[in-house]
Design a protein around this ligand. Structure first.
Ligand SMILES: [Zn+2]
Length: 347
């Protein structure tokens, strides 16, 4: 039996800005694909997968992530995981998602072409829009371990494809340490010149310097994670003044040991500082979470009420890359849905 606020959280309409397509693969599907392609994963069943998903540190996480990417060999696999992802989003009433996708990994692993992969995601996107009533857009990211020349290749791909109605931005993910944004300056310059926004991961395993660079080198429109901004009062003041949105992923931060527990997470402090916060799930099955669960945890540990949860949700709409008219439409419909749910669950 769930409490009224839990019912409210489960049913409330949501938007997600920081979630990875490959990192959202269902465990069952991953095992199936690994079996199909004879990929020797360290985990052969769901129980073993649970152990494999217990991360020692960020490098271990990247190792697992790369192994997962190696299981996507055909465009059909990409379409399948995108469809299953969208089914999961729809089940949580996540009306719109800006999904990070790393086609370069599949390109290197199995020669899958960029457009072939994007076409597969687009088929799933159009299907979900029609059948499930949920929408998505794609942020194509540079995995930090590649060379800057390879980053340029991804920039060229994006420029060629931009304007397809699905591709909205360039991202940067993977291990921050040793691979600062400046390494890919030429790729960011290229895409920005073509009018494509950048949204970088920064300030997760590395400190404030990484966030400063994401802003300076790529004019990052939002910061993926960004939680370690808390270590630099000047940066906090800058983020507050510019209201640059942070995509905070609480459970991910615990699983990857950025903070020891939700109770000790700096989120309440970031809010108190007047920063622009959105809540996200990052790689939900890998962290045994969902966006709904993130909100449930915040309510449980910090006692956040329905007004704050609504504010954080509307924050995500405003921080999205939707057009102003779509944002306005969505804000209006979310607000009336929140009012209805509030009277239904919280009287
Ligand atoms: Zn991420």
């Amino acid at each position: 039996m769930s409490t009224p606020i839990e019912g409210f959280i489960t049913q409330m309409p949501k938007v997600e800005l920081h979630v990875h397509l490959e990192g959202s693969v269902r465990p069952e599907t991953l095992i199936q694909l690994a079996t199909k392609y004879n990929v020797a994963l360290p985990a052969k069943n769901l129980d073993e997968l649970k152990d494999w998903y217990t991360f020692k540190d960020f490098d271990h996480f990247i190792e697992v992530y790369m192994a997962i990417s190696g299981c996507f060999r055909h465009a059909d696999d990409i379409e399948l995981i995108a469809r299953e992802f969208l089914i999961g989003q729809a089940a949580q009433n996540i009306k719109y998602s800006e999904v990070t996708f790393t086609p370069y990994s599949q390109f290197v692993n199995s020669g899958l072409g960029f457009h072939e992969q994007m076409d597969a995601v687009n088929r799933a996107r159009l299907w979900a829009e029609k059948e499930l009533g949920v929408q998505m857009a794609v942020i194509v990211d540079i995995p930090r371990l590649i060379s800057s020349e390879e980053g340029d290749i991804i920039a060229d791909w994006l420029i060629e494809r931009y304007g397809d109605g699905m591709l909205i931005a360039m991202g940067l993910g993977g291990p921050e340490k040793g691979h600062p944004p400046i390494k890919f300056k030429s790729a960011f310059d290229k895409v920005r010149k073509a009018g494509i926004p950048c949204i970088l991961h920064a300030g997760e395993t590395q400190g404030p310097e990484s966030i400063w660079q994401a802003l300076e080198v790529a004019d990052s429109q939002r910061i993926g994670h960004g939680v370690r901004a808390i270590e630099d009062p000047k940066l906090i003041a800058h983020l507050r003044e510019k209201q640059i949105p942070l995509e905070v992923c609480p459970t991910s931060n615990i699983c990857l040991k950025v903070y020891p527990s939700i109770a000790e997470h700096c989120l309440p402090q970031l809010l108190k500082e007047g920063l622009y916060i959105t809540i996200n799930s990052d790689d939900p099955p890998m962290f045994n979470t969902t966006l709904t669960n993130e909100f449930l945890q915040l309510e449980k540990h910090f006692g956040w009420d329905s007004e704050l949860l609504e504010k954080l949700t509307l924050n995500a709409i405003r921080a999205s890359l939707l057009t102003d008219s779509r944002k306005q439409e969505m804000l209006t419909s979310f607000q009336s849905e929140f009012a209805r749910l509030r009277s239904q669950y919280l009287g």
